[in-house]
Structure formats: C-alpha cells, structure tokens
Design a protein around this ligand. Structure first.
Ligand code: NDP
Length: 453
C-alpha cells in the first residue's frame, strides 16, 4: 500500500488536468483533482468552445447576404439578439460542465471544488485538509493579461467578453494575436462597428506573411477597421461610451474594449514560489520531456508550461505524462513539430508546418505553390471574399513542409492536410492524389505551377 493518500493529485480541471486525471485513473492510479472555478477550464468555459459558437453566430451575417443570389428572399432584414446567443451559450457550457463532472466521477477521480495550495513536494492543502500524493500535477493554465495604461480598468478581457450585459454596437479590440483577430471578426459579423488596434505593422506575428496580408485584406473588406502601428494611450469614460485615445493621436468612441494582449501562467497562491521551482523566462513552469518540474514529484503541463497554448497539445501532453509516470510502456516523447492550428477569424486560417519565411531560413531552396481564387459559392452570392491556399515544398527532398489556407472552413481542410505533412509526404504524393470535385480543397492536389522559388 502506498504511503500517500493519492498517486496523483491534479490541480486544475481544464483540458490537460481532466485528461491526465482520467487517463491516470484508468491505469489503476488513485487520483484527485482540485478546481476552484469551472470544470473544463479555459477551452470549455471562456475559450475554444464559446468562441466557436459565437463565430458560428457571426457567420450567419454573411450567409444571409449570400443567400439572395441563390434565390432566397428574406421577408425582413435579419435582427441579431445578443441575449439569446449569450444565454444559449451559457446553457450549453453548463451542460458541458456537467459532462466533465460525470467523466471524473465515472473514472473514480475525487473532485475537490477548491483551490489547492502546495506545501511541499508531496503535500497539498485543499478544502481545509492536508493530503499527500506521490505526484502533484499543476495544470492551472493561463489567465488573460492586460497592459498598464490610464483607464485600463474600463477594458474587458477574454474571460469577460462572452458575457457582456449589453451588445456593444461599437467594439474595439487591442492586440494582434489569435484572440484579437477572432473577436474582431466575431463582433464585426454580429453587427458591431469594430476596430482592431495592433502595435506592430501587421497582425498575427509568426504566421506566414502572405497569410497575414491576405487575412488583413479580407478582414478589412468585411468591414473591420484595422489600425496598425499604434497602441492605446488611455481610455476615458465619456457620456455615451468609452473614449479611446491612441498613441497616434486618433480618438475612437466605443461601447466596449477587449484587451487581447496575451496570457500569463495562472500560478497565484499555489505556493510553488516557496519551493524554488525553476521557471522559464516568461514565468511559465520549466518542465522536461516527462513533464517534471525541477522538483521531480511536481509535474506540470498545458498552458502553465509555456508550450503551444492549444487544447489538443495539453491533451496529448496529459497522455504522454501518464505514459511516462503511470505505465510500464517505453517512454515516448511528444513531437511538437508540425502541430496544425486554426485561427477562427473570418475567413478562417488553417496552417501546418513552416511559413514561407521560416522554410527559406531552414531549407534554403524551396518551391512555393499558391492559389488565390474566388470560391465557387461566391459566383452567385456576389460576395467578394477570396480564398488563399499555399504549399511550401523543400526543393531538395520534394517534401511538403508547410500548408496554409485562408478561407471557409480552413481548419477542417488543414486537419486532413496535416496528416500528409506530418507523414513527410512529397509534392509528388499530393500530385498523384485525385481531387474531390467541386471543392475548394481540391486546389491542394491540383496546384502544378510553381508560384515562386
Ligand atoms: P497572443 O500572445 O497570441 O497575442 C497577444 C497580442 O497582444 C500580440 O499581438 C501582442 O503583440 C499584443 N501585445 C502584447 N503586449 C502588448 C502591449 N503591452 N500593448 C499592446 N499589445 C500587446 O495572445 P492571445 O491573447 O491572442 O491568445 C493567447 C493564446 O491562446 C494564443 O497564443 C493561442 O496559443 C491561444 N489561442 C488559440 C486559439 C485557437 O487555437 N484558435 C484561439 C485563441 C487563443 P506582439 O505580436 O507585437 O507581441
């Protein structure tokens, strides 16, 4: 019998924590989880899930407009009701919270609805008890961070934006990352007059340059007012809203400001600072390939460790962690290359592998194949939305080392392409694949002419 109350004590019931708890419990480990907020973490409650639901809502805007060319005559101009969307979203999230609770229950994982405090390498204070565990897993995720400027108390962050009391007819987003472009698209689609403020010359730093430029043009065409190379100087409450002064002197009045300026590890009051655990430069927990921190019985994974902040990555890390610590299987490290991702701005971005710029740096000689076209749907809809597809090929080996798309359902398309890129398939393999007609995705197997080298 183990000397500990639990084999694994997980702090944080988000995507990574819940998957780790369930998977470890399935190996016979005695597992507990502490969560002081909602089950399912950021993704389920204030991230991927509600964001995707709101993105669906915003897409109807275009769908209504597109329908006329196909013969639909709407009896009156569609009206959007924020409270219906918000409250239906709340009900759906509550349903998911319940499912997460039942999953833990069904896996025989004890749940503490409390914030845990780590006392030492094997002890935790939780809900008034001190419990011991062979391993402690910190999976507390991240928390939105807002820069310091006069009036920053008037902004909402990405935890709060989903549940605004009233719909912002005029909306402003600060930032140029995933959350900024997604929410600019969402509120623009829902009907807000929307501004995006980004300090750099072009948003989505790190993505393929052509993808960024194409997305900029498409978002601008849809009406998002983009302001680059500027920042918020201050925000003041005005009679009829919030007056936002930019560093370039421009003044914009809006009803709500979202700061989408990044996230920080959520480590407050966990007690880890007293254990001298080694941190990365950005304040996230430093871990090895077995997800051990510098105190080996204390493990960490997911956003709190500073890897790619993506739910599927946290899920994979959880399964690898369990394999390392709770099974006799030979350890297998997670390969962080070629992780596909989607940005749910409108139109969506889907991407896997290297950008053209990274590929040039790493491989030197590359071939770029790209197609920029008007999707078939828009021949009748009258919409001027275009689609970009792009393959980056290493010239020496012919391997496809990057695939990018901006267009409808780009994430759905790139998920399939990601398998080919990960498998190391060549452009010749893409070429011998017979396309599916008529789809947009068939472009990925029919692009024959090199756009540039
Ligand atoms: P990001 O780190 O992606 O972007 C933060 C943005 O804020 C950057 O554009 C950054 O500018 C800007 N910024 C940082 N500090 C300041 C400042 N002081 N003043 C003005 N601007 C500033 O964070 P997000 O909040 O957008 O998202 C967090 C993470 O969550 C993402 O990186 C992603 O991993 C994940 N996520 C994934 C989604 C998906 O899979 N679809 C959706 C949403 C989030 P600069 O570029 O110049 O540094």
């Amino acid at each position: 019998m183990s000397e500990f109350d639990y084999d694994l004590f997980v702090i944080g019931a988000g995507s990574g924590g819940v998957r780790a708890a369930r998977t470890a419990a399935a190996t016979g480990a005695r597992v507990a989880v502490a969560e002081d907020r909602y089950l399912g973490g950021t993704c389920v409650n204030v991230g991927c899930v509600p964001k995707k639901l709101y993105s669906y809502a915003a897409h109807f805007h275009d769908a209504f407009e597109d329908s006329a060319g196909f013969g639909w005559n709407l009896p009156e101009a569609p009206r959007f009701d924020w409270a219906t969307l918000r409250d239906n979203k709340i009900a759906e999230i509550q349903r998911l919270n319940g499912i997460y609770g039942r999953l833990l229950d069904g896996a025989d994982v004890r749940l503490y609805n409390a914030r845990a405090h780590v006392i030492d390498a094997h002890h935790i204070d939780v809900a008034g008890e001190t419990v011991s565990a062979d391993k402690i897993l910190v999976a507390t995720g991240g928390w939105p961070w807002v820069p310091d400027f006069p009036g920053n108390e008037h902004v909402v962050d990405s935890n709060q934006v989903f549940d605004l009391d009233t719909f912002p007819e005029r909306f402003l987003v600060l930032g140029g990352g995933y959350i900024a472009v997604e929410f600019a698209s969402i509120f623009n689609g829902l009907g807000s007059s929307t501004h995006l403020i980004y300090r750099g010359e072009l948003f989505l730093r790190g993505f393929d340059r052509e993808v960024r430029e194409f997305t900029r043009d498409e978002m601008a065409k849809k009406g998002v007012q983009l302001h680059f190379e500027t920042n918020i100087e201050c925000i003041e409450r005005a009679q009829s809203g919030l007056q936002v002064t930019l560093t370039n002197g421009e003044v914009i009045e809006v009803d709500a400001v979202l700061a989408a300026t990044g996230r920080k590890p959520h480590l407050q009051s966990l007690g880890l600072d007293q254990l001298d655990i080694v941190l990365n430069d950005d304040g996230t927990l430093k871990v090895n390939e077995a997800y051990e921190t510098s105190v080996p019985s204390i493990l960490a994974l997911g956003d709190v460790t500073g890897g790619p902040e993506l739910t599927p990555v946290a899920l994979e890390e959880a399964m690898h962690m369990v394999q390392h610590h709770f099974t006799d299987d030979p350890p297998r490290n997670l390969d962080y290359h070629n992780i596909a991702t989607a940005v749910f701005c409108h139109p969506n971005i889907g991407t896997v592998g290297l950008s053209e710029e990274e590929a040039r740096e790493v491989y030197g000689n590359i071939r770029v194949y790209s197609a920029d076209f008007r999707p078939m749907k828009h021949t009748l809809s009258g919409s001027d939305e275009r689609c970009l597809m792009k393959l980056i090929v290493d010239d020496a080996s012919d391997r496809v080392i990057g695939a990018h798309m901006v267009g409808e359902e780009a994430g759905e398309v790139i998920q399939g392409i990601a398998i080919a890129v990960r498998a190391g398939l060549t452009k010749a393999d893409f070429d011998v694949t017979v396309g599916i007609h008529p789809t947009g995705a068939e472009e990925f197997v029919t692009m024959r002419s090199v756009t540039r080298r």
